[in-house]
Design a protein around this ligand. Sequence first.
Ligand SMILES: N[C@@H](CCC(=O)N[C@@H](CS)C(=O)NCC(=O)O)C(=O)O
Length: 199
Amino acid sequence: MITLYGHEMSGNSYKVRLLLELLQLDYDWAAVDLMQGEHKSPEYLALNPFGQVPLLIDGDMKLADAQAILVYLARQYGGEQWLPMDAVALAQVVRWLSITAGEVRQGPENARLYHLFGATSINIDRAQQKADQILTQLDKHLLGRTWLEFQRHTIADIAVFPYVALAPDGQVDLAPYSQVLTWIDRVKHLPGFISMAGL
Ligand SMILES: N[C@@H](CCC(=O)N[C@@H](CS)C(=O)NCC(=O)O)C(=O)O
């Protein structure tokens, strides 16, 4: 049995839920109350010493980090469609997982943390600038493409989608990025798609 520990407003938790749903897998959802600090409780830290969601347990396997979990689920239950193993193709997908944890986090994800959750330690001007940069690049990349790579959806799309689509929560306007908007709509029409607040 699969159990996903997460928070309903966490885009990182959501991207794992999204893939679980798209793969039509059964799983239990274990809500972790981030607002009450449950993720820093001794019980939760025993599961994930990083004190973060998401965390996935599948039988004896315990794995933290949204991108790592997407890789696991894709290979364990999804196969070539979601994560190809050819050296070049694999690297192309992993590039987007890296961009998600880098540029997307520094940009739209941090802007959302600032505006929606009051994370005032974030430099909002820098987050806005980073958001504009990555959205501009993404828009250019998507021109003439249906999905991020290979003209089919992979975990690259699932990893990048949440914090890009949630950018308006961080007062980042998506209107100038027409290719990005079209791609967001395409992801929302995948069979089995589930939404979250803000999408
Ligand atoms: N690298 C991790 C980051 C996870 C992460 O930042 N989770 C947030 C919620 S979206 C969290 O648990 N924040 C609480 C904290 O870091 O104390 C991933 O991609 O899953």
